[in-house]
Design a protein around this ligand. Structure first.
Ligand code: BES
Ligand code: ZN
Ligand code: ZN
Length: 491
């Protein structure tokens, strides 16, 4: 699909359909008032994300509560989703600028078109190819103000590239586990590396063993698929800072011997969402040409059962020498991340260390399905991440605070730490505190942990996200890195 910015009035652009965002619920706006009676007669309320198609007039209306990107993004995506199965090949719409230099809405608009047009139907025999091929954005705007057309074009490009990266993460996560195992994760990483000119190093079991990543290897042991540790690097000429991102890439999480009940096992192909986000963010930072050196690390592993499976009661020795008492093999993500966090810190000295993981069901219980849990030791770093998410990217995120009492619940009687807490409560935080044990003293303030268990995979469309994988974490972390590029001066 192609999104094109055209310096023409709407009426001078040829398209199958015109998309109109309705913000004024009284239908008094110039583009809408002609249809006021019709819209009222069909009870169109112009509520946020409410869509109605007037096929004869070739108009597609969608309600939005405001002109701001947080509302425009889900509105436009919902409108696009509503016509995907239909025969329209092109759509036109006007720009929506709240003021002359405000390009945020334009970026959101372009993002929303790409995000809304996403479909995963590789496995449907009767899938129809999407007919929609072109979206024209007219330079005509509401208040006839002068607009900076180059700035708009740049904003649209950024939106498209960010959304394409999100869609890549969605494809990875949606792919069934029999077709997507650690080796395939490495293959996709290599493919993106080749396309984007990134460095890519893949560690196989022998090398992983040499690195003493025994916790990761224990989780991987019962699977028919060997694990991989993947390191992607993007190194621009003039870097302003260095960021490491570490992703949980559980290509399947059966729970291991602490087997998940059937109902909870379905959707666990999504346990690779953190790893998928890492690959996608690497693509995005490269396409956006950001002046930040970014390293992506993925622990790609499958958690299965078998005669050689690791067991509750085992004690594992992680890469940094910490011994871990396994009390539940379903708390496997933290074991994989423990080793990959150590590996990342040993290999790269970064200004920020961000891990992304579908780590706990507790995070979903606490924050609901749509919000990312943000944890760490630095309130300043967490604030930056919350801003990148909630304000800039449109992803929702909230802080979950650490405290020393919860930290104590991870004590083990026979090892340095237990892989589960001795309390039923605060599970997202205790998982975060487990990871904290594997962050070096010098890096404690640089580390941010993102639990994306809620939003990574929802079996129902929401806002700009389709049923299934959402690509959670990609937009917010990309924005975090972008912001760093505009703030940091030669760190
Ligand atoms: N991958 C799961 C967490 C998860 C749950 C992700 C729901 C997405 C949706 C993780 O490995 C897990 O099973 N965690 C356990 C931890 C527990 C045993 C301490 C959980 O949350 O139940
Ligand atoms: Zn698990
Ligand atoms: Zn898991």
């Amino acid at each position: 699909m192609k999104i094109e910015f055209i310096d023409k009035k709407l009426k001078d652009i040829q398209a199958d359909l015109e998309l109109i965002v309705v913000i004024d619920k009284n239908f008094e706006h110039d583009l809408v008032k002609e249809y006021k009676d019709t819209l009222e007669s069909i009870n169109f309320g112009a509520n946020q994300d409410e869509v109605t198609l007037l096929a004869e007039s070739k108009k597609l209306f969608v309600g939005s509560n405001s002109i701001y990107s947080k509302d425009i993004r889900p509105a436009i995506a919902s409108a696009i989703r509503a016509i995907l199965g239909k025969n329209y090949t092109s759509i036109k719409l006007a720009t929506y600028l709240s003021h002359q230099k405000c390009t945020a809405t334009m970026r959101a608009l372009a993002e929303a078109i790409e995000l809304g047009a996403y479909e995963f139907n590789k496995y449907k025999s009767d899938a129809k190819e999407t007919k929609l091929k072109k979206v024209f954005i007219s330079s005509q705007e509401y208040n006839n103000k002068e607009i900076d057309k180059d700035a708009i074009k740049r904003a649209i490009d950024k939106g498209v590239e960010t959304a394409k990266a999100v869609n890549l993460a969605r494809d990875i996560v949606n792919t069934p586990p029999d077709d997507f195992y650690p080796k395939i994760m490495a293959k996709v990483a290599k493919k993106v590396a080749k396309q984007e000119n990134l460095e890519c190093k893949v560690l196989k079991p022998k090398e992983i063993k040499k690195e003493n990543m025994n916790a990761l290897l224990a989780v991987a042991r019962a699977s028919a698929h060997e694990p991989r540790v993947i390191h992607l690097s993007y190194k621009p000429k003039d870097k302003k800072a260095v960021v490491s991102i570490i992703g949980k890439g559980l290509t399947y999480d059966s729970g291991g011997l602490s087997l998940k009940p059937s109902d909870f096992m379905v959707t666990m192909k999504s346990d690779k969402s953190g790893g998928a986000a890492v690959i996608a963010i690497m693509q995005a930072v490269s396409r956006l040409n950001l002046p930040i050196e970014v390293h992506g690390f993925i622990g790609a592993v499958e958690n299965m059962i078998g005669g050689n499976a690791y067991k509750p009661d085992d004690v594992l020795k992680a890469k940094n020498g910490t011994t871990i008492e396994v009390r539940n093999t379903d708390a496997e993500g933290r074991l994989v991340l423990a080793d990959v966090l150590c590996y990342a810190q040993e290999n790269v000295e970064a200004n920020y260390i961000i891990d992304i993981a579908t780590l706990t069901g507790a995070c979903v219980v606490g924050l609901g399905n749509y919000t990312v849990g943000v944890m760490g030791n630095s309130d300043k770093a967490i604030e930056k991440m919350l801003y990148a998410a909630n304000v800039a990217s449109g992803e929702m995120a909230a802080k979950l605070p650490f405290n020393r009492y919860l930290k104590d619940t991870l004590k083990s009687k026979i090892a340095d730490i237990s892989n589960i807490a001795n309390t039923r409560y605060g599970g997202a935080i205790t998982a975060g505190l487990f990871l904290e044990r594997f962050i070096n003293e010098d890096n404690k303030q640089k580390w941010i942990h993102l639990d994306i268990a809620g939003p990574a995979y929802v079996e129902q469309a929401w806002g700009e996200n389709p049923n299934g994988a959402s690509g959670a974490g990609v937009r917010m972390v990309t924005r975090f890195i972008e912001k760093l590029a505009s703030q940091t001066h030669n760190q």
